[in-house]
Design a protein around this ligand. Sequence first.
Ligand code: CAA
Length: 259
Amino acid sequence: MADVSLTGADLDRAGLRLDVDGAVATITLARPERRNALTFSTWRTLARIGETLPADVRVVVVRGEGPSFSAGIDLRLFSAEGVPGEDTFGARDEEFIGELQAGYLWLRRPDIVSIAAVRGHAIGGGFQLALACDLRVAADDVKFSMKEPALGIVPDLTGTKPLVDIVGVSRALELCLTTRTVFADEAARLGLAELIVPAAELDTAVGELVAAILAIRPTTAVATKRLLRAAPGNTLEEQAAAERREQAALLRELSAGRA
Ligand code: CAA
């Protein structure tokens, strides 16, 4: 089996902090002096956090330190100097990109609910990280922008599907090809954030959301997320069958008196 152990040095190099407190894991993007710019180590380490998450974690909060959630990819990766200890951007094959995408994909797993707590800028890979989470709570100073096309690339960190699922193809196309900034009011209107709160209340609002989720029985929360995530790909009949399956299993469990 591959070695997936994660050290403090790995987290430091990736610009991340990880705090696990019982059922809640908090991942902090912790390079505020660079507006939490993301590197290949960040994405690879995020994937390893997903692989090594304790089984009793039920909620994962992703937040940024300082005024911005994340300014996206560290632009120095595009320069000749690069970032010390990192590969340069260069020509990258699909396998390489797949390794980076793994850093975001696990946030959709049914056994956890992931919440992005977004203040300030969420640009490019930062916007896609927020989109990778199940829920977004945003401060009223939030600024979302899908900047990749301005750099000649497409958004490739799993963000195109949730973006289209949330805002539809036409709006997604307009946002990506103009790379314009979406501010709080529009973000709320488009459904890019479930909740917009004053910046000073972001942590409290996230804490309340976490508490509400934890008040639901664990297996009920898992079944609900699995059911809802499957809904867009199902016909009405398939979804009705999925509801019956999930409910029957939960009722068996409840009547057996198991927690
Ligand atoms: N990469 C590296 N450093 C960055 C950075 C980035 N993406 N964004 C900000 N920084 C650094 C700045 O260079 C600056 O460093 P110094 O203090 O050493 O000069 C520091 O962070 C603070 O930045 P600003 O002074 O610019 O802060 P601001 O609050 O005035 O502006 C900002 C913030 C609007 C985010 C601005 O910094 C900015 O536009 N950054 C670039 C955003 C960008 O284009 N990102 C790429 C997105 S595409 C993508 O992400 C592709 C992908 O996933 C593969």
